[in-house]
Every structure is written in structure tokens, then in C-alpha cells.
Design a protein around this ligand. Structure first.
Ligand code: ATP
Length: 578
């Protein structure tokens, strides 16, 4: 449990004032709490001795009212400060997590499950909030209250009676600490199962159309039921331990009450304490139920918080496997691949092998080849998405390893195969490429990407909502919005990764012509399965199993007997050459 306090000590230290105030208010609240039992005991003794006057009764009532109002005010403030502190640590950690998510490389996302990352960003952060709010309050309140009551019982009534009555307490502490440790392990397992289940929810929702079309609803249901069951079992294992805390506290407090009545009666008989004092003592003892029960909860909440904090910290500690040492600017005058070989961190074979190539500013490079031949991997190396392989990738005389990722990507306009759109309007999705673009630039990007005709048919034009991930658009429309998003940036280097696959041949030619006209002096890289998209390229490379197997212009390659020539003939003859 103290482990968790140590882990969040950075937060407590940076919020010293808040926590000092909380402790002061809590102490005040505890001091106020000990007044009523004293008043009860003394009033009983006054009644017993026939000494209670009307003035005394009025004063006692006034003190009671004063105590109630002060307790209310003081409790309001510690509660407010504490829970505000808890929600703040949750939001600080959430921001750190989001920053990390935005920074981490694809390697991390290949290792992690989306559902688990979501669990960390929601459930685990909530648990940390609970531990820092309820946990800390319980720790401060329960321990200070417990100590105050024990001191008051000892000082105002009898130390021997106090010590005897509290003998069962250490037993409770030992058992609860053991239970806490077990809860830590089980909570981690339960959160992991929650992450897996979360992931399945995402898959089920995203794949619902596919599931229906293959009539796999019942199989999917069974798979999901298994995961829910697994989570339920793991969650119940935590709850099983949780259920021990309350009966345990009741048993220990009952033992204390039994001891106090037995030994207390002896002390009353011997005239060491009065009957009123024994009653006051037992009222205090009953008041110990809350802090003792709270201490049990404390082990529970803190250990859950501890486990969740570790899961979040695990992500925050992930190191970025890309090196961003330099701060030099580039303008893409010359790209030089010098014997570049690359294997994915989880891959078994090289996805690029001995790539040597030069690309000058203003040139258009076409990349073609069989599926899985390494075309996208070539681009990912250029975008510095994965750690480099061997060989050198030099841009403007600088090794890519020394370039700052953000500065490099700022020069690039990249349209990926996935065409990711945000659930916003068409306008917002295009302006994502250049938020401060003028209306003229926006219109031009739409025209260049041949999206103007489609836009006329959209119900709200540029303000049409595209739905989640662009669900309300056709594949070709999504592609052209993605192209417009990159063209509006007017990047020094434009990369289209199979970005025209879903548009018809005429639209493809319109876009290619626009790009040719508008990007003179700027570099363009086009990856495609349709050779017509790269006829105009200054240089075309054909990749096969990660190697460049052909290189030249369309005229040169189409005459050859290699893959390019074969593909070209195939398209010219409409597939009759097969
Ligand atoms: N993240 C990854 N981890 C491991 N291997 C990968 C990863 N991404 C791609 N590969 C492998 O690298 C090889 C090249 O993949 P790449 O995506 O570059 O091919 P491509 O030519 O772009 O294919 P396509 O035309 O189908 O888009 C393939 O064998 C693929 O399985």
C-alpha cells in the first residue's frame, strides 16, 4: 500500500499546499468528532449525580449544534480539496498517456491491443483516481481518527482498558495486508481480461457487417461470451477477496467490545472508572468500526490503484525506438537510398533488400510490383515510421537517423492505403492537412483531387458529416478527400500509396494530370497497381521480394520482358496474354 503512495509522491509533493490543508481540515474534523461522546458521558454522570441544571442542558445543546455546523464546513473543504486533487491526477496521467500514444511508433501498436490501451485510458485511470481520492482520504482519515480515538480513550478513560480492548487490532492489520497483496495480482489479471474483452467489443462492432454477411453471428456471440466469462471470473476473484474485509472488521471490533465490557466491568467494580466513562469508552470503540473498516478498504483500493498505476506507467515508460537527434531543416533536394535493407521488428524476412536509388527534387518516382513486394515499406522508411535497417538513407546530404521526425514529415504529404478520416465534416477533414488554409486553397485542393463533382451531390456540401471513419462515403470519395487533405498542404514531397485504387480510370487520369501540372519542381512518389498512374513518371522501379528488379521510364520498361513489360502487355490486351 505504501508502494502506491511512493509512486504518486511526485504529485503530492507538487501539490503540498493542498495536502497540508487537507490534513489540517481532517485533524479538525477528528477533534470535533471526539466532543459528542465526551458530552454524552458527562451528561450521563451529571444525571446520575443529580447535578444537571437547565442552563447546563442549554449549553450542551449549543455545543452540539456548534460541533455539527463546524464538522459540516470542515468536512466539505477536505472532501472538495481531496477529490479535486484526485480528478487532477487522473487528467494529468490521461494527458501524459495521450501524448505517449501520439508519439509511440507502430512497433508499440503491433504489440498492444487497442482494447487494452482503451482500458488503460479509462478504467485504470479511474482506479488511480479512486486510490488517490478515496484511498488517501481513507488513509489520512482512518489513521488520524484511529489514533485520536485511541489517545482520547487512553487519556480520558483508562490506558489498561484501551490496550486490552485493542489487542485484536494487529491481527486485522496482518490479514488485511496479505489480502491487499493478493488483490494487487488479481486486479492486474482482471484488468488485462477487461482489455481483451474491450478489444473484442471493438472488433465485433467494426466487423458487424462482415459477420452478418458470413452468417457468423452465433460464433461471434460464443467467442464474446467466452471473453466476458473470463473477465467475470477474474473480476469475481478480486471481489471474493474484497468480501473478506467487512466480516473481518466486524469480528475484530466485536472481540474488542467483548473484552472492553468484561474488563471494563471489573474496572467499574473497583471504582477505577465510572459507568458513564465505560459507556463513553464503548461509544468510542464503536466509532472505531469505521476507521478499521476503512483501513481494510484502504488496502483494497490502494492495491487496485497500485496495479492500475503500474499498467499506465508501463505505457509511459515505453521507450521511443526512433532516434530524433538533429534539428536540421531539409527541403528534399536529393533522396539517396544507399544499399538500404530493412526487416520489420516482428518480421522474419527482409522486407527491403539492398535498395540503392537516387531521387532528385522535382522528379516523379513510380513504384510498382507484386502485392507484398515492399512498396509501402519503402515509403515507411522514408517517413521514418520504423527504426532504420542497414545501409544509409540520405536526404539532402543528411542521414535520416539524424533528422527530426516532425520536421521531416512536415515536408511530406502522405496518402496511405487506409484513407483514415475523422468523424467530422468534409471541410474539417481536408483542412486537417493545413488548418489555416484560405477558401481559395481549399477549393483548389478539391479541384486537384477531382472531388468537385461529388461535392455538388453532398447534402450539406463541405459541411456534410462523413460519419465514423467516413462510413457514409464511398471508397473513391474517401480516397479523394485524403488526397485533397495532402494536396492542400502543397508538400515538397507528395506520396500516394495506392491512393487511386478505388477511383475509375478517367478520374485517375484527371487527378494524375492535375498533379503533373501543379507539382512542377516538386517531388512526387506514386505507388500503384495500375501502370497508367505512373506512365508519366521520370523514374519507375519494380520491386520484388523487397529488391529493385527493374528500373527505368515507362517507355524503357514496357519494351522489356520483365514484370513491367508483362503487366503492360496484359493491360493492353485486356488480359488475353495470360
Ligand atoms: N508491420 C509489419 N510487420 C511485419 N511484416 C510486415 C509488416 N508490414 C508488412 N510486412 C511484410 O513486409 C512485406 C512487404 O509489405 P508491404 O506492405 O511493403 O508490401 P506492398 O508491396 O506495399 O504490398 P501491397 O501491394 O499489397 O500493398 C510483406 O511480406 C509483409 O507481410
Amino acid at each position: 500500500m505504501l508502494d502506491y503512495i511512493k509512486k504518486i509522491s511526485w504529485y503530492i509533493v507538487s501539490n503540498k499546499k493542498r495536502y497540508i490543508l487537507i490534513v489540517i481540515f481532517l485533524m479538525l474534523a477528528n477533534l470535533l468528532d471526539i466532543i459528542p461522546p465526551q458530552l454524552i458521558g458527562r451528561t450521563i454522570d451529571l444525571i446520575n449525580n443529580g447535578e444537571l441544571t437547565a442552563a447546563m442542558t442549554r449549553n450542551i445543546l449549543l455545543i452540539f449544534i456548534g460541533v455539527i455546523i463546524s464538522t459540516y464546513v470542515v468536512s466539505y473543504w477536505w472532501g472538495y480539496l481531496l477529490f479535486e486533487g484526485a480528478i487532477k491526477i487522473e487528467s494529468i496521467l490521461r494527458s501524459r498517456l495521450m501524448r505517449k500514444f501520439l508519439l509511440l511508433s507502430p512497433g508499440f501498436y503491433e504489440r498492444s491491443k487497442t482494447g487494452d490501451l482503451m482500458a488503460k485510458a479509462t478504467n485504470d485511470l479511474k482506479t488511480v483516481n479512486m486510490a488517490t481520492g478515496f484511498g488517501i482520504i481513507t488513509l489520512l482519515d482512518a489513521t488520524t481518527f484511529l489514533l485520536t480515538i485511541i489517545l482520547v480513550m487512553g487519556i480520558t478513560i483508562s490506558w489498561p482498558l484501551t490496550i486490552f480492548a485493542l489487542l485484536p487490532l494487529p491481527l486485522l492489520a496482518v490479514v488485511e495486508s496479505r489480502l491487499g497483496k493478493m488483490i494487487n495480482t488479481r486486479h492486474k489479471a482482471s484488468q488485462e481480461a477487461f482489455g481483451v474483452m474491450n478489444d473484442a467489443v471493438l472488433e465485433v462492432v467494426e466487423g458487424v457487417r462482415l459477420t452478418r454477411s458470413y452468417v457468423q453471428e452465433s460464433a461471434e456471440n460464443k467467442r464474446f461470451h467466452k471473453l466476458t466469462d473470463n473477465y467475470l471470473k477474474k473480476f469475481m476473484k478480486v471481489e471474493q477477496l474484497d468480501a473478506f474485509f467487512q466480516p473481518l472488521t466486524i469480528i475484530v471490533v466485536s472481540l474488542s467490545i467483548a473484552i472492553s465490557f468484561g474488563y471494563g466491568a471489573v474496572l467499574v467494580n473497583n471504582g477505577v472508572i465510572t459507568v458513564g466513562e465505560l459507556i463513553t469508552f464503548n461509544v468510542y470503540l464503536n466509532m472505531l468500526i469505521w476507521p478499521m473498516f476503512a483501513l481494510g478498504m484502504l488496502f483494497n483500493i490502494m492495491e487496485r490503484g497500485n496495479a492500475s498505476y503500474d499498467r499506465i506507467q508501463g505505457v509511459l515508460d515505453e521507450s521511443d525506438d526512433l532516434n530524433d537527434s538533429g534539428d536540421q531543416e531539409i527541403n528534399g533536394t536529393l533522396f539517396n537510398f544507399d544499399d538500404v535493407t530493412f526487416k520489420y521488428p516482428s518480421g522474419e524476412y527482409n522486407s527491403l533488400e539492398n535498395i540503392t536509388l537516387e531521387l532528385n527534387k522535382g522528379e516523379t518516382l513510380g513504384i510498382v510490383g507484386k502485392t507484398g513486394s515492399g512498396k509501402s515499406t519503402f515509403i515507411k522508411q522514408l517517413l521514418k515510421i520504423y527504426p532504420e535497417g542497414t545501409g544509409n538513407l540520405i536526404i539532402d546530404g543528411l542521414n535520416i537517423s539524424t533528422l527530426d521526425r516532425k520536421k521531416l514529415r512536415d515536408k511530406l504529404g502522405y496518402v496511405s492505403q487506409e484513407n483514415i478520416l475523422f468523424s467530422k465534416t468534409v471541410r474539417e477533414n481536408i483542412l486537417f492537412g493545413k488548418p489555416d488554409a484560405s477558401p481559395r486553397e481549399l477549393d483548389e485542393a478539391i479541384r486537384l483531387s477531382a472531388f468537385d463533382e461529388d461535392l455538388k451531390r453532398m447534402p450539406d456540401g463541405l459541411d456534410t458529416l462523413v460519419g465514423e471513419k467516413g462510413v457514409s462515403l464511398s471508397g473513391g470519395q474517401k480516397q479523394r478527400i485524403s488526397i485533397a487533405r495532402s494536396l492542400i498542404k502543397s508538400p515538397d514531397i507528395l506520396i500516394l500509396d495506392d491512393a487511386l485504387s478505388a477511383v475509375d480510370a478517367r478520374t485517375e487520369q484527371r487527378i494524375i494530370n492535375h498533379i503533373k501540372e501543379n507539382r512542377t519542381g516538386k517531388t512526387t512518389i506514386i505507388i500503384t497497381h495500375r501502370l497508367s498512374a505512373v506512365h508519366h513518371a521520370d523514374k519507375i522501379i519494380v520491386l520484388d521480394k523487397g529488391k529493385i528488379v527493374e528500373e527505368g521510364t515507362h517507355d524503357m520498361l514496357s519494351k522489356g520482358r520483365g514484370w513491367y513489360g508483362e503487366q503492360n502487355d496484359y493491360f493492353l490486351t485486356g488480359g488475353d496474354s495470360e
